[in-house]
Ligand binder design. Sequence first.
Ligand code: T1G
Length: 678
Amino acid sequence: MTNPIRTERHDNVLVVISDNPPVNALGQAVRAGLKNAIEEALGDSAIEAVVIRCDGQTFFAGADITEFGKPPVGPNLPETLDAMEASDKPVVAAIHGTALGGGCEVALACHYRVAVPSAKLGLPEVKLGLIPGAAGTQRMPRLVGAEAALPLVVGGNPIPAKKAEAIGLVDTLVGEDSLEADAIAFAKSKIGQPVPRASEGTANEDGVRDPDIFDRFRASQARRIRGFDAPNAAIEAVKAAGQLSYAEGVKKERELFTKLMTGTQSAAMRHYFFAERAANKIDDVPRDTPLIPIKKVGVIGAGTMGGGITMNFLSAGIPVTILEMAQDALDRGTSVMRKNYENTARKGRMSDAQVEQAMGLLTPTLSYDDLADCDLVIEAVYESMDVKKQVFSKLDEVVKEGAILASNTSYLDIDEIATATKRPGYVVGMHFFSPANVMKLLEVVRGEKTRDDVLATVMKLSKKIGKVAAVSGVCPGFIGNRMLSKRQEQANELIMEGANYWDVDDVLLEFGFPMGPFQMGDLAGIDIGWHRDPTKVTTIREALCAAERFGQKNGKGFYDYDEARNRTPSDEVKQIIADFAAREGKEQREISKDEIRERLLYPMVNEGAKILEEGMAQRASDIDVVWINGYGWPLYTGGPMFWAQTIGLDTVVAGLEKYELPVSAHLREKARGTGKFD
Ligand code: T1G
């Protein structure tokens, strides 16, 4: 491999340049090249300053994640950076793109940092289940203070260059198109001055003066970091920066980093990092498939789903024409969208101008004719095959040739819907998850006849509207809901057999889900779709409705709720279930939380194996992407399929057999073989 690092002399300044596409990851060759270039600069008396920059889309975007889990190959980054920081010649980081992780640590080890306004800087290691491992947790607080460092190190989200300048992470912003020249001039201006070293900074004393900031910060992040190991380690590392010497602090960071690197959570989160990117690729669709330009979108239905779907496009700057059948429904839908944006603006996450800009792209209409020039139309109408076929037949008449016709159906057969048109190649499923403007998952349902350019276009568009897409074949429930139905079946079975319904919820909560099925039922409303006849009781939900237990909406469902909507298990409900079970001739018994967890999750894995066997998902990691982004499967376990591999597919098979539950041939084969799905 050619050396990705080269140097260029500009008078008495040595410019060190990395050219390691796509993101200048700090792989072994880059680290070695950097080390040699720094030694060259330090050993040459004609060189009085150094600038470090990168070619391509970004400054170093971190360590090379593909090297993780393999035997380390020198030189290691910390030593390379220490040698650089020890220099008495000023070293300037010239930043564009995203200086992330190890890349941000390279910048921190430089004496100065200049950046173009569009640059971002961050320490996203926690998103990989890690913390910075090249002294980032020790240099950052000493440079910007513990309070400013905490969100960066613990939250992992990058900040724009302007904010980085405001907190002292960046010394100055330079011209968007003159980064190198401005960085060289800046470096020259620092020649002869004593060099500032982040490792010698004292800004971290804010954490000494007010040690409570760490507990306050941890409490403020409680919901978001629940179950994750890395964020707490990150807080400890930043705290150590105020309590220990730099050398001791680096040792503490290394200890914490190594423990995380060798743990299951980081393996799971690194798996997810690549899984999310792989999901956007369709193996049998060439990457250079021409895309259909999407300049104008039509949405049919201005209800919860139609409005949420619409907002995704408006927020991405894509005009939407939204169609309803009646003016009041259209007005209601439009005002809900405006209210949602205004709420976001009230939280400071968008400006009033951005609200107007987004709403200015919306064209409400009652006429199909106004959809004629749309490049993509998405229907979010009532989940009935007849209704959908009528809509698609109408769209086929009205909308221009070459436009994509998508259905937001959550389980109906896309191939059958496509028969209502003369353009089955342009029919695809785009299954959004409610609330559609918030949930990241988009299941792209590939019909038998769906064209490659339609698929490639929708996958590319999904990234533009901030979604994580995964392709599903045509089967009831596609990927996510098909597996969810297996969990729901067991949940209902379990409480009929005597399991406490609150144990079912708590098992999923303790596993890391945001909530369990019975809590969810109370939230959505037990009485949705109820026939309103209290004398007709054929299910537990009907029994609850008959007892006027409708959920949170009237203060009691599966649980009793206080004013703050805190839930308490109800003896009345326990009895209603027991009576119902008795009527159905079901014996009741105590059921342990272990049995509950295994019976809820193992059948999901089995269904995932069947989905793979039938080719309804391209790869097991796509199933992980679906469940993490659509249903809150805890990221730190990597998703259902990765988690099953972690605990052992043979364990899953044995568990299913213990409870006399079906075991798919594919699962059994993988369990007997490599123990891995892909
Ligand atoms: N290592 C290896 N490959 C990487 C990579 C990385 N750090 N980052 C991206 N790639 C690959 C990615 O898999 C994809 O490959 C291609 O580059 C384009 O990525 C020591 C220990 C930089 C914002 O966590 O956030 O430093 O699919 O599709 O949308 O303390 O990539 O094309 O084959 O995402 O333009 C910390 C991770 C590492 C940054 C660009 N750094 N990367 O987004 O492109 S740990 C990160 C990103 C660390 C130190 C610690 C994004 C991006 P392919 P992409 P993008």
